[in-house]
Design a protein around this ligand. Structure first.
Ligand SMILES: Cc1cc2nc3c(=O)[nH]c(=O)nc-3n(C[C@H](O)[C@H](O)[C@H](O)COP(=O)(O)OP(=O)(O)OC[C@H]3O[C@@H](n4cnc5c(N)ncnc54)[C@H](O)[C@@H]3O)c2cc1C
Ligand code: FES
Length: 264
């Protein structure tokens, strides 16, 4: 580990140097992280990819995480030089649509992590369309839980901030300003990407039910293997008029079309 810095209360930015060859990750993919010298917790924890680069032959992986329980609390206490086990990149990431002019990102809390990597990826794409704009709607509980804002602001044409308690940006939930702007997005020229708490994604699914604008969401589920073997991360998707089937978030996801998932 190269660094592990607290950037806001309970939120950490970790940079890892990877000594073994690793494929370039697609934004939206994740890694399973584990402390090799500990049996408790035994299972690795899934974390989205916040950044990835190659410097002097060494791959650098960035993670942005919130302390949620035992595993992430232990990670937060680690200092430079510690060795971690990292498995990845895993899952299916966001589908990139270079020819679209407007890219909308909707981030709830720590959901900003994979969307930042996605914004960076879009910024690096050759200019297939002129004047591509990336607009990000960021929501958090309060100003202290707004992480990664500066980096996102540097990548986007516009960032709209909301907090539940009004301590930064507009007071309210992040889907409110998005809902107001939605009619102004040209359907054939816009794509929405979202990552955040289930309640935010459910609200977004409701709001976009009749909208022609496509939306991809990255969902979070508890994971054990991260490889598609244990079926512990299954979620329901619609597979017909009234029929449901199950897919594994770690293998078929974590990114899905918002209308494919069963939000009930
Ligand atoms: C594909 C994917 C990408 C993720 N990316 C990030 C990220 O970039 N940054 C980040 O901070 N977190 C991310 N998470 C969530 C992160 O994996 C969990 O917060 C973490 O596993 C909790 O482990 P813990 O041992 O600290 O907490 P635990 O003690 O295991 O659990 C504490 C609380 O967190 C909830 N929880 C546990 N696992 C998950 C999970 N997989 N998803 C949602 N809630 C969970 C539990 O229900 C419980 O309420 C991601 C999850 C997935 C599936
Ligand atoms: S975590 Fe084991 S199948 Fe997805």
């Amino acid at each position: 580990m190269l660094s592990n810095r607290e950037t806001a209360p309970g939120h950490f930015h970790m940079v890892l140097g990877l000594p073994v060859p690793i494929a370039d990750p697609v934004p939206g993919q994740f890694v399973m992280v584990r402390m090799p010298d500990r049996l408790d917790p035994l299972l690795a924890r899934p974390l989205g990819i916040y950044g990835f680069s190659r410097q002097a032959g060494e791959a650098r992986l960035e993670l942005l995480y919130r302390v949620a329980g035992k595993g992430t609390a232990l990670l937060s206490g680690l200092s430079t030089g510690r060795v971690l086990q990292v498995l990845g990149p895993l899952g299916r990431g966001f589908r990139i649509v270079p020819e679209l002019r407007t890219v909308i990102l909707v981030a709830g809390g720590i959901g900003i992590a994979p969307l930042t990597f996605l914004a960076e990826h879009y910024r690096g794409l050759p200019a297939v369309v002129e004047g591509r704009e990336i607009v990000c709607y960021v929501g958090a509980r309060c100003s202290e839980a707004l992480v990664g804002l500066e980096r996102m602001e540097a990548l986007c044409s516009r960032v709209v901030v909301t907090t539940d308690d009004g301590t930064c940006g507009a007071c309210g939930i992040v889907t409110e300003p998005l809902g107001l702007d939605l009619p102004s997005f040209r359907p054939g020229a816009t794509v929405i990407y979202a990552c955040g708490p289930g309640a935010m994604l459910r609200c977004l699914a409701d709001m976009l039910r009749e909208s022609p604008v496509p939306c991809q969401v990255s969902v979070e589920e508890r994971m054990a293997c991260g490889l598609g073997a244990c079926l512990g991360c299954a979620v329901a998707i619609r597979s017909g008029e009234n029929a449901l089937s199950y897919v594994r978030v770690c293998k078929e996801g974590p990114v899905f079309d918002i209308h494919e998932l069963d939000w009930k």
